[in-house]
Design a protein around this ligand. Structure first.
Ligand SMILES: CC(C)(COP(=O)(O)OP(=O)(O)OC[C@H]1O[C@@H](n2cnc3c(N)ncnc32)[C@H](O)[C@@H]1OP(=O)(O)O)[C@@H](O)C(=O)NCCC(=O)NCCS
Length: 125
């Protein structure tokens, strides 16, 4: 596969406390990732779903990394994921998030990434 997500195939919607990414592999095949700001700065991943035919090729990682970066750019402080569902092996889902920088949040039995908010350039006018 290509090294990066092809920009012409990628749609990014980020507004109103919501980030939605859609990657169109072809007219009829797509992969998605989305998250919502549930409380100020606290984002939850709604879903990451790579089209079955394209799994294991890095698309999910690229989408989730872009999702986290976009959330950071929106001032997000943390991103929580609750692996499970989709009829998938939960161990594989956990591995996917670990590979992408999420760590166990033992108190909540969830996975989380804590973000350092983007600091505005103080000298900027
Ligand atoms: C989990 C999912 C998003 C991963 O996307 P992907 O594009 O296949 O993942 P990547 O290629 O970027 O990364 C692969 C890693 O994800 C994990 N993984 C989880 N499910 C996988 C699957 N069905 N196929 C391949 N890798 C999978 C593996 O740990 C793998 O690591 P490895 O390559 O070292 O073995 C994708 O398999 C999917 O959409 N599954 C169904 C929906 C789902 O379970 N979403 C997560 C909800 S919590």
């Amino acid at each position: 596969m290509e090294n990066e997500l092809a920009p012409e195939n990628l749609i990014v919607n980020a507004f109103g406390g919501s980030v939605d990414l859609l990657y169109r592999h072809s007219n009829f095949e797509a992969s998605v990732a989305s998250a919502t700001e549930m409380e100020k700065g606290e984002w939850w991943i709604n879903r990451v779903n790579v089209h079955r035919a394209y799994r294991g090729n890095g698309y999910g990682s690229k989408l989730v990394q872009l999702l986290v970066k976009t959330i950071k750019d929106c001032g997000g402080k943390e991103v929580t994921a609750a692996p499970g569902g989709y009829g998938e092996d939960p161990k594989k889902q956990y591995n996917f998030y670990y590979k992408n920088g999420f760590v166990d949040d033992n108190a909540r039995q969830l996975l989380v990434i804590r973000l350092t908010p983007v600091v505005e350039d103080q000298d900027a006018v």
